[in-house]
Design a binder for this molecule. Sequence first.
Ligand code: OAD
Length: 256
Amino acid sequence: MISELIKQTAQYLVSARHAVALTGAGISVESGIPPFRGEGGLWEKYDPMEFAHINSFLKNPEKVWKIFMGDMKNVLMAAKPNDAHLGLARLERLGILKTIITQNVDGLHQMAGNTDVIEFHGNFAWLRCLKCNQRSKTIEVDLSDPPPKCACGGIFRPECVFFGEMIPPSALTRSQEESSRCDVMLVVGTSALVQPAAFMPVIARESGATVIEINPEPTPLTHRISTLFLAGKAGRVVNDILTEVERLIPSKTASC
Ligand code: OAD
């Protein structure tokens, strides 16, 4: 049964002039990638300051590659988009969703078919040599004997943002622009605890947008910044929203 909140969300989306989404680790949980916080979260197992701070990585890249990335690389490289990623891609094809700002480094939005994805925290699909700055595709590098090395002998780092590093300036600027110009922002699967990403819904709301949050748990945004809060797992909620969107605009959906 379609709930009232799903109906309202679909209505906001089909009337939107410029909808964007902000996504976090929770959207990829149903693809088998663990989140950072909460039950089964990576930060329960690893101290982020020891394994995800740039100073720790530069001090001991072998340790970070062997332990933390050793665990994560197979999960990230095997993951496939789930219903939530596929649903957001369909919303783009329907002309509703214009851009995704993601904190995830898994590349699953692009794999699902979204064409404008701002990678706020980088992407694990690429590595960069600490010595010569050469970029290489992660799948083309031998990761079996960590730390992986470039042909020049330098150590590779993932092109992900570590704690203690700046957000790539172009990603930050575009995210701020998209957040201030959107009229609907879907916020999916983020704890909204890490800045500056967590500030994007605040910019959206202050600029007059409707902020719609999808998460099994409330966050600091819930009921303060978010206009609607849809409690549940991203896959099911996004599917329900799409069913209702397609009911509202049947002529458009036939050709997409
Ligand atoms: P978190 O791990 O902090 O939060 C994940 C959120 O997803 C939580 O609010 C969960 O309730 C929610 N969640 C869990 N399962 C879900 C599901 N099936 N569907 C929808 N939501 C679900 O992840 P982020 O907010 O993305 O930064 O974390 C932000 C940043 O903190 C990450 O990008 C990373 C981390 O430290 C860096 O590495 C720089």
